[in-house]
Design a protein around this ligand. Structure first.
Ligand code: WTA
Length: 669
C-alpha cells in the first residue's frame, strides 16, 4: 500500500509546505475553542520524519471524488497492492450490489472472481519480502514485567502450527471455530490460522457469561472451541475454562448442540494446570498439541466473497446478530482505513486497547495493522492496574506512536488525575484515536492537552461492527479538528442525512445517518438470517444502508454523531440528542460522565427556546449501566426513569449488573 497515492510521493517539497503552512491556525495554543465551529489545527506540530499520506483537505477531496466517481480504478489500484492468487475479473464492475428491497434481495459483491487469502497477505507477504524479523506483536502481560516479542516470522510459524492442528481435526473451509480467549498473542494467531485454512472464526469476548457464550455457540455451531484456563485482569483472576465448560454443557443440554473439542491454551501466569477441571475426550491442552505441528501450512485460496468471520453484536431487540464479513472486501478496507486514518508509516508502533472480542480488535488489532506490516502492542490487562498510569508506562516502554482507545477509557483515566499521565514522557506519541461513542469535548481536550501534550491529532473514528472499518473520521494530520466531531467520510463512503420520509437533506442540517452505496468492508449478511439482515439495515429507507445513528452536518461539512436514533429525546417537538446534553453536563468539573434519557412529562410543560434542553432531574451515581465494551445502555436507564422495573430486559451484557440496583435505590430517594 506504500505507493498508493502517486501524487503524495511525487509532489515537490514547496508545494507540501504551502499546503501545511496555509493551515496553521491560531487556536491551537491559545484559548480553547469549546464552541462547535472553531477548529483545532495540529498540522505543523504533528509531522515527525515524514509527510502524512494525506496532506490537506484539498488533496483529500480530490481523492474522495476519485473514490466515489470511479471506484473501479480507485479500489482497483489499492487492492492491486495486496497479493491475489488470481486477480479479480477486470472486465466486470469491481462492485455489484442491490440496496433496494423493492428490486429484490439485498446483496453486495466486490472483486468478482478474485482469489486471495487474508492470512497470506498479513503474514507470508511480509516474510517473503524480507521483513520476517520485524516485530509483529509486542505482548504486555497483566502484571508489570511479563512480556513477549513475536516477529512476523514467529507469528507465521505459530499460525501454521495452529492451522495444521485444526486441519488434523478435520476443520476445513467453511467450518466455524469459536474462540473464547483473553488478550494473548495466541488469540489473533488463532484468528489468522482460521483465515489461512478458510474456516470462519467467531470470537466471543472473554468476559461474556456462560449463557452468552452458549447462545452464540448454539447459533454458529463450531467444530471446536478454543479457550484458555484463566486470565489475570487487574487484581482479579478470571477462570475462563470454568465459564467455557458451563457454556459447553448449556449448549448441549438446552440446544442439543455438541461441540467436539475444547482446545485449552495454558496461561501459566494465571492458574496452574493441576487446578484445572478437565474432561477427558473433550479437552485438549494447547501446549500438548500445537508445538508438535509443522511450521509450514499451505494456504487455502479463497474467493473474494467467501466468508472470513462472523462476530456477534447485540441488537436493540432479539438475540445477538452474527454479522458476517467476507474475504476480499474486508481485507482491502481494513488495510486501507488503517493506513490513512492513523497515517501509518513503517516506523510506527501501534496500540489499540480494544479486545479482539469486538470489531475494533478484529480490524485494528488483528487484521488492519498486520496487513500493513505494522508492529502492534497486545495488552492483557486493564488501564488502571497497578495504577491509572499503566497505559503511559506501556507507551514509554514500547515507544508507542499511535494510540487508539475508547472515550469511556479516556474518562476513567481522566477521573484519576493528570499526575498519572505526567509521570511518563509519552514523547513517542504522534497520533491519538477514539472509537465506540461520541467523545465529549471535556474528555477530548484532556486527551489532546494532557495525554498528547497538545501535539497529537485525535482521530475520532465513527463506524460499526457492520461497516467492517472506519467510516467517518479525520485522517491524522490532514485537516483541522473540532472536538466531538468525527469530521469527514473515508474514501468511498457516501453518508447522507435523511428526514423521516427518507428524503436526503442538503447543507448544514441533521437527520438519520444512512450510507448511499457500498464500500468494500460492508457486512454481507447475518449468519443464517439474511432476512433479518435486510430488515434491520435496508427496510426503513429504501435504497440505503441504515446505520441507526443520528447525525448533524455543519457549515464546513463536518459530521457530528448524536447517538442512536432510538436515544433521541423529543421535548415539545425539539429533537435533542443525548450526546449533546451529556457533553454539556460532562463539561462541569464535578462530573466524570453522564447518561441522558427522556421520560414522559405531564402535559402542558413549559417550553422555552434555549431552556428546553435543560435536564429536569439529575441523579448522581457511582456508576452507569455499561456494556463490556463501554457503551452506556440507555434503554435500561429509560426503564428506570419510567419506573418500569419489570421491563429492564436482557442485562446479561452489562459489565457490572450491580449498578442497576444502586440506580434504582438512588431514584427511590
Ligand atoms: C457508536 C464500534 C459516535 C455508534 C466500532 C455506532 C460512535 C455504534 C463512534 C457501533 C464515534 C462508534 N462517535 N458514536 N466515534 N464510534 N459509535 O458495532 O452509535 O460496537 O452505531 O462498533 O457505536 O458500535 P460497534
Amino acid at each position: 500500500l506504500r505507493h498508493l497515492v502517486p501524487y503524495t510521493t511525487s509532489r515537490s517539497t514547496e508545494a507540501v509546505q504551502d499546503d501545511v503552512s496555509s493551515r496553521v491556525c491560531s487556536s491551537a495554543g491559545g484559548d480553547k475553542p469549546h464552541g462547535k465551529n472553531e477548529a483545532v489545527d495540529v498540522g505543523t506540530a504533528f509531522h515527525r520524519n515524514h509527510w502524512p499520506h494525506i496532506l490537506s483537505r484539498k488533496q483529500y477531496e480530490a481523492m474522495y471524488r476519485w473514490s466515489v466517481e470511479d471506484p473501479q480504478s480507485f479500489w482497483g489500484s489499492i487492492a492491486a497492492q495486496l497479493h491475489w492468487e488470481r486477480p479479480w475479473d477486470k472486465g466486470q464492475p469491481i462492485c455489484s450490489y442491490n440496496f433496494n428491497l423493492d428490486k429484490g434481495p439485498i446483496y453486495v459483491k466486490w472483486f468478482p472472481g478474485g482469489r486471495t487469502n487474508v492470512c497470506f497477505n498479513a503474514l507470508d507477504r511480509h516474510v517473503l519480502s524480507g521483513n520476517g524479523n520485524k516485530a509483529a506483536i509486542l505482548f504486555e502481560g497483566n502484571d508489570v514485567g511479563i512480556d513477549r516479542r513475536l516477529t512476523y516470522q514467529n507469528m507465521l510459524e505459530l499460525v501454521c502450527q495452529i492451522a495444521n492442528y485444526l486441519r488434523s481435526l478435520g476443520v476445513k473451509k467453511g467450518d466455524t471455530v469459536c474462540i473464547y480467549m483473553p488478550m494473548v498473542p495466541e488469540l489473533p494467531a488463532t484468528m489468522l490460522a482460521c483465515a489461512r485454512i478458510g474456516a470462519i472464526h467467531s470470537v466471543v469476548f472473554g468476559g461474556f457469561s456462560a449463557e452468552s457464550l452458549a447462545g452464540r455457540m448454539s447459533d454458529c455451531r463450531p467444530k471446536l472451541l478454543v479457550t484458555c484456563n484463566a486470565v489475570r485482569r487487574g487484581a482479579k483472576v478470571l477462570n475462563l475454562k470454568e465459564i467455557a465448560d458451563k457454556a459447553l454443557e448449556l449448549c448441549e443440554k438446552k440446544e442439543g448442540v455438541r461441540v467436539g473439542q475444547s482446545l485449552v491454551f495454558e496461561n501459566a501466569n494465571a492458574t496452574k494446570r493441576s487446578d484445572t477441571a478437565w474432561k477427558n475426550g473433550r479437552d485438549v491442552w494447547w501446549q500438548d498439541v500445537i508445538p508438535r505441528q509443522s511450521k509450514n501450512a499451505p494456504v487455502e485460496w479463497m474467493d473474494s466473497e467467501d466468508p472470513l468471520f462472523m462476530l456477534y453484536t447485540s441488537g436493540s431487540t432479539g438475540k445477538p446478530k452474527g454479522v458476517m464479513h467476507t474475504v476480499g472486501g474486508y481485507m482491502v478496507y481494513a488495510a486501507t482505513t488503517f493506513k490513512f486514518t492513523f497515517d501509518y508509516h513503517d516506523d510506527d508502533v501501534f496500540w489499540c486497547t480494544a479486545d479482539c472480542g469486538w470489531i475494533t480488535g478484529h480490524t485494528y488489532l488483528a487484521y488492519g495493522p498486520l496487513l500493513n506490516g505494522a508492529t502492534c502492542v497486545v495488552f492483557e490487562g486493564v488501564p488502571t492496574y497497578p495504577d491509572a498510569g499503566r497505559c503511559w508506562q506501556i507507551v514509554d516502554k514500547y515507544k508507542v506512536s499511535i494510540f487508539y482507545t475508547a472515550p469511556t477509557a479516556i474518562r476513567s483515566m481522566e477521573k484519576e488525575g493528570d499526575r498519572f499521565v505526567k509521570k511518563y514522557s509519552r514523547k513517542s506519541l504522534r497520533v491519538l484515536g477514539t472509537v465506540g461513542e461520541p467523545i465529549n469535548p471535556k474528555a477530548w481536550w484532556w486527551y489532546f492537552d494532557v495525554v498528547g501534550d497538545g501535539r497529537c491529532p485525535i482521530v475520532d473514528t465513527w463506524w460499526q461492527t457492520e461497516t467492517g472499518g472506519n467510516m467517518i473520521s479525520p485522517m491524522a494530520g490532514a485537516w483541522d479538528l473540532k472536538p466531538g466531531s468525527a469530521t469527514l467520510p473515508f474514501f468511498g463512503v457516501q453518508p447522507v442525512l435523511l428526514d423521516e420520509k427518507g428524503r436526503e437533506k442538503e447543507g448544514a442540517t441533521d437527520g438519520n445517518l444512512c450510507i448511499k452505496a457500498p464500500w468494500p468492508g460492508i457486512a454481507r449478511t447475518l449468519f443464517g438470517d439474511h432476512e433479518r439482515f435486510q430488515q434491520t439495515y435496508f427496510s426503513t429507507y429504501k435504497g440505503y444502508y441504515v446505520t441507526g445513528d443520528g447525525a448533524r452536518r455543519d457549515e464546513d461539512g463536518y459530521i457530528w454523531l448524536t447517538g442512536r436514533t432510538d436515544d433521541v429525546i423529543n421535548v415539545s417537538g425539539h429533537r435533542i440528542s443525548t450526546s449533546e446534553v451529556e457533553a454539556a453536563l460532562n463539561a462541569h468539573p464535578a462530573c466524570a460522565e453522564s447518561a441522558v434519557v427522556g421520560f414522559d412529562h405531564e402535559k402542558g410543560v413549559r417550553s422555552e427556546i434555549g431552556g428546553f434542553a435543560a435536564p429536569d432531574v439529575i441523579h448522581w451515581a457511582t456508576g452507569l449501566p455499561k456494556t463490556r465494551s463501554g457503551k452506556i445502555m440507555r434503554r435500561i436507564l429509560r426503564k428506570i426513569a419510567a419506573n418500569k422495573l419489570d421491563e429492564l430486559g436482557d442485562v446479561s451484557s452489562l459489565a457490572d449488573p450491580s449498578v442497576i440496583d444502586a440506580l434504582i435505590k438512588l431514584k427511590g430517594k
